[in-house]
Design a binder for this molecule. Structure first.
Ligand SMILES: [Zn+2]
Length: 225
């Protein structure tokens, strides 16, 4: 969607706290906060060229490869491709961090929503994959490169700690990725088990461990949910 230069001037005027909407697109995201723009159509607050169809979905690929408003990771830089991507994403997050809901209150709400969703799935004995969960929670898709900064990662850390402290089976065990024909939790889960239970589970034992954990989880939340 081409954005006219006239619009661009209006967008950059400061001190506007109310959302400005043109053709159904919020064009002054930089003046707003996460709650006013999440899941809405939003003009990129950095380049004013790109429209996010459901903020913040897709922000990381836009920042990594497309956004012209960023100063880092220029073509002329001598960094490797991956370094450029990392720098670009970092700059985007730094400049527009408030649009990602970094404050605790938002994350607490998100954590409660994730926990509710996972309990629902656990009681049915099911599993959910990372991206399905991210999309249900209206978060950007999970990729190999963004997991360490992803909202879900923060939420999982908190949930795991809570389950550990309350001596419950781990809810995050039902969030799986596909490995060959089996779906099991990813590396982060096994590291977490090591951290909280002091156990290293070898790859060949993971499917069994995972099945037992799921059974415990289902039983627990059927009784206490
Ligand atoms: Zn942009």
């Amino acid at each position: 969607m081409p954005i006219k230069p006239k619009l661009r001037n209006e967008v950059t005027s400061r001190g506007v706290k109310k959302d400005k909407v043109y053709n159904n697109v919020i064009v002054n995201a930089a003046d707003l906060d996460r709650d006013s723009i999440t899941s809405k159509k939003v003009l990129c607050p950095c380049c004013y060229e790109y429209v996010f169809k459901s903020w913040p979905l897709g922000w990381d690929s836009h920042a990594s490869y497309v956004c012209e408003g960023l100063n880092s990771g220029r073509k002329s830089d001598r960094d490797s491709k991956q370094e450029k991507i990392d720098k670009r994403k970092k700059e985007f997050k730094k400049r527009f961090g408030k649009l990602f809901g970094k404050n605790r209150k938002n994350r607490t709400k998100l954590k409660e929503r994730v926990a509710r969703e996972l309990k629902k799935v656990a009681i049915k004995g099911g599993t959910v994959n990372y991206n399905k969960l991210a999309s249900t929670m209206k978060l950007s898709p999970v990729t190999k490169n963004n997991w360490s900064n992803h909202e879900l990662k923060y939420v999982f850390d908190v949930l795991d700690e809570e389950d550990y402290l309350k001596k419950r089976p781990f809810l995050t065990c039902i969030v799986v990725k596909k490995v060959d024909q089996y779906k099991i939790p990813s590396l982060g889960f096994w590291k977490m088990i090591k951290k909280y239970r002091g156990k290293t589970i070898d790859s060949e034992d993971r499917i069994k461990y995972f099945s037992l954990e799921r059974v415990k989880l289902k039983k627990y939340w059927r009784k206490n949910g």
